[in-house]
Design a protein around this ligand. Structure first.
Ligand SMILES: [Zn+2]
Length: 323
């Protein structure tokens, strides 16, 4: 067996002999980023929070809409870079991880929450794993699916109760909570679902993003003729009465397991907004019981090129890595 010193000497000798281009030192190599598609390495990792993202790759309109895989890749990379005590991996919905016994957190970005009846997710949440759902991932059917989401997440999008309009809320009053660290008031146009179905009395739920939507986000005819996603008499009445609606929430279960729901992120480009992005990164950390720094999880602003590259990275991972 080589000692570290002997390895270094071999490396130096190889460089001197021109066998290696000295672009990385051994020390740098040891620090190389954790591979977000190496599921076995994540399972084998000890003493770290193991975060599992599951992203839907089904197209939903043109490029730039529901780019869930791109977002998952981004979050996983940043968390791995910022937290030596975390290992995040990314799966696609098409290849659901059957075994989640090692998972400390499961984060779903998908079109409709099939996760709500997935046996592996049930097992993980039963033993206290964190659960986070983003955008269409927060929607499940009333009944068994909804019951599970209430237990894991504290709330969900319920057809004929919740709505999914496009609008531009102003998030002016952010509560003091780990997920809002370093997040300043912001306003972003997105398909912000609201009027979620929450647990009774909002017990354990902390509203994080709230605002009063304009009444124009609910077609008036849905008072008489409710629609699955457009409107219903209950939401119309609440908004008419000036009741603020919740677009993101943190949930602490009776067993201290954590949940986080976020209804925006239809539009991939919204990740370029510093506050929108920071809130999501903080939430990934918080739901995994990682410490959120005072100024929030750091990340640099994403350019248009960065956003496009993330989409390409996702497409390539499906094609080349077979995820
Ligand atoms: Zn959408």
């Amino acid at each position: 067996m080589f000692s570290r010193f002997a390895l270094r000497m071999l490396f130096v000798a190889a460089v001197v002999c021109g066998l290696l281009v000295p672009t990385v030192s051994i020390a740098d190599d040891e620090k190389k980023p954790r591979d977000i598609y190496d599921y076995e390495a994540q399972k084998a990792a000890k003493g770290v929070k193991r975060i599992v993202f599951v992203a839907d790759t089904a197209p939903h309109g043109p490029r730039g809409n529901h780019e869930f895989l791109a977002a998952a890749i981004y979050f996983a990379r940043i968390i791995n870079a910022q937290y030596p005590d975390a290992y995040a991996v990314v799966h696609t919905m098409a290849k659901w991880p059957k075994d989640l016994k090692h998972a400390d957190t499961i984060i779903v970005l998908m079109n409709h929450g099939g996760s709500s009846v997935n046996p592996a997710v049930k097992e993980a949440t039963r033993r206290g794993a964190g659960f986070m759902a983003i955008h269409y991932g927060v929607e499940v059917n009333k009944g068994e699916q909804g019951k599970h989401y209430l237990q894991w997440l504290g709330g969900y999008f319920e057809p004929f109760w919740s709505v999914n309009p496009w609008w531009t809320p102003k998030f002016k009053d952010l509560p003091k909570h780990a997920v809002t660290r370093g997040v300043k008031p912001f306003s972003v146009n997105d398909e912000w679902y609201y009027h979620m179905r929450f647990v009774d009395g909002m017990k354990g739920v902390t509203p994080i993003l709230s605002d009063l939507p304009p009444l124009s986000t609910i077609p008036k005819q849905t008072i008489e003729k409710p629609s699955s996603h457009g409107g219903n008499p209950d939401v119309y009445r609440e908004v008419s009465e000036g009741k603020k609606q919740v677009m993101a929430w943190a949930y602490v279960r009776p067993d201290e397991g954590r949940g986080f729901g976020f209804t925006g992120l239809h539009k991939h480009a919204n990740l370029a907004d510093d506050n929108f992005r920071k809130l999501l990164l903080n939430a990934v950390a918080w739901v995994s019981k990682l410490e959120v720094p005072e100024a929030g999880v750091p990340s640099r602003t994403l350019s248009r090129d960065d956003l496009e590259t993330l989409i390409d990275d996702g497409r390539l991972a499906v094609k080349k890595r077979g995820i």
